[in-house]
Design a protein around this ligand. Sequence first.
Ligand SMILES: Cc1ncc(C[n+]2csc(CCOP(=O)(O)OP(=O)(O)O)c2C)c(N)n1
Length: 207
Amino acid sequence: MKLVTWTKEDLANFEKEIATIYATGAIRAPVHLRAGREEQLIKIFQEHAIGPDDFVFGYWDSHELALLKGVPRDEVRQAIVDGKSISLCFPAYNFFCSGIVGSLMGTATGVAWALKHQHKKGRAFIFCGDMSAETGIFHEAVKYALYYDLPVVFVVCDNGLSVMTDTRAVWGAPEPWFRGTSYEKKIIYFKYTNMYPHSGLGRLIKF
Ligand SMILES: Cc1ncc(C[n+]2csc(CCOP(=O)(O)OP(=O)(O)O)c2C)c(N)n1
């Protein structure tokens, strides 16, 4: 079954369309655009056959994830225009996001616990950034998920930055904390360069 119908160009064009709308001032809320990780995201959705039974969790930068999860393009576009870009939630599609750093990792792990113990189909996938992956709650959630063998995968999309701060310089470590540990079994990690500013189009304050 071919679950992923989105191409790299489709995803990039969607973000370009949102950028154009955002530039008009019509979106009265923060928007975080991403470009440069389309192929990696498509590969993850394809290789893990992420489908309707699975839960996907993301953060403020999840337009592409919503499309790949199967939320119709028009619904995603409308939610963004309505100002919900940083917290896209589509319960009918098992898709949930939050604009709060360090949130949702326990939620995804709890959903995985429920899926396992209720003998339900589906897994949880949570996509976050490199600084989010350095938080204590990320470590706790991965530790719990590993030792209880829960069906949750933590996907770390490393663009090297936390807003405008160099993540590796903050921690004084050349690699993410989980490199070379048993926790890597629960983590998918890739690097990319975001072709957009952290948020908006770089004309106003970034947050
Ligand atoms: C609790 C909290 N503190 C601060 C922020 C502001 N903030 C939004 S995104 C972000 C950077 C997070 O960095 P990273 O996890 O690497 O994400 P990415 O660069 O991929 O957007 C920060 C500090 C926030 N959203 N929530």
